[in-house]
Design a protein around this ligand. Sequence first.
Ligand code: APR
Length: 313
Amino acid sequence: MHHGRRKIALIGGGQIGQILAMLAAEKELGDVVVLEIPELENPAKGKALDLMEMAPHGNYDANITGTSNYKDIAGADVVIVTAGKPRQAGMTREDLLAVNIKIITEVANGVKANAPNAFCIIVTNPLDAMVYVFHKVTGFPKKQVVGMAGALDAGRWRAFIAMELGVSVTDVAGTVLGGHGPDMVPLPRLTTVGGVPLTEIATKEQIDRLATRTREAGTEIVKLFGKGSAFFSPAYSAITMAESYLKDKKRVIPSAALCEGEYGVKGLFIGVPCLIGKNGIEKIFEIKLEADEKALLEKTIGSVKKTVEECKM
Ligand code: APR
C-alpha cells in the first residue's frame, strides 16, 4: 500500500514538459518536479510557480517545482523524459541522433543515481533509439523502461478516422505497430468503430489515405508550426501511460517495449501492444498477422534496427 503523494519527475520542461506538468497536476497524479538545464532553471521554476497559482482554479493539490539538480528527483515514482532538441522543419528524426544520444546518456545517469525505481517513459526523438540508449545506460529491468510512440500514433490514427467518418473518436479502437517513423504500421483490419470493422465502413482509398496521414502526422504538424514539433498530443499520450502505471489501470497501450522474441524481434524497442500496470510493462500482446502486415512490420523493424546500429552502443 502506498502512502502519501506519488512523485512525477519531468526531465525537460519545454513544450511537452510544461503540458506534462499541467496534466499531471490537474489529474492529481502526484507532486511534480520539472528538471531543466541550468540555463533554464529559472524559467522551469517560473512555470512551476505559475501552475501552483493555477491550482485554486483547477482545484488540484500538488507541489510543483522546478530545478536543475538531479537530487530533487530523488525517489520519483515516474520519470518522463522529453529532454533533447526538437525536430525542426526539413530535419528528419535521425538528424537528431547524435545530439540527443549525448543528452539521453546524461539523463539516464541522473535517473539511475537518483530515482532507480521509477517507471521511465521516454519521449525524446528519434524515439526508438533514445529509449534503447536510456535502457542500455541505466541497465533498468525492461518492465521499467518504455518509449512513448504508439499511444500518439494510434491516437492520431483514431482521430483521423473519426474526422473522416464523422463518428465519436471514443468509439474508434485500433492500434499501430512498429517504429515511430514514416513506416509505422497502422492495422486497418483490426480497427473498429463501435465494434463495426473499419474495413466494412470505409473504402480502401479512404483507409490508405488515413494510414498515410497517420504515418506522416508528425511531419504535418512540424510543417504547420514552422518551428518545433507536436506537444499537446504527445504530452497527453505519455500522461495516459503514467496514469495506467500509477493507478494500476492495466490499460493496453501501444508502446515501444524491449522485445526479446516477440514479433521475431530480439533486443530492440519496438511499438507493440503493452499492458501497463503497477509493475510497469506487465505484458506484451502478440497479434497473429497476415502476410502483408508481416511484411510491413519487417520493414519498420529494419528501420529501427538501422537507427539503433547508428547509435553504436
Ligand atoms: N537535461 C534536461 N533538460 C534538457 C537537457 C538536459 N540535458 N537538454 C535539453 N533539455 C531541455 C531543453 O532545455 C528544452 O527545454 O529539453 C527541453 C525540450 O523541450 P523543447 O525543445 O520545447 O521540445 P519538445 O517540443 O518539448 O519536445 C521534446 O520530444 O517529441 C519529442 O521530438 C521531440 O525530442 C523532442 C522531445
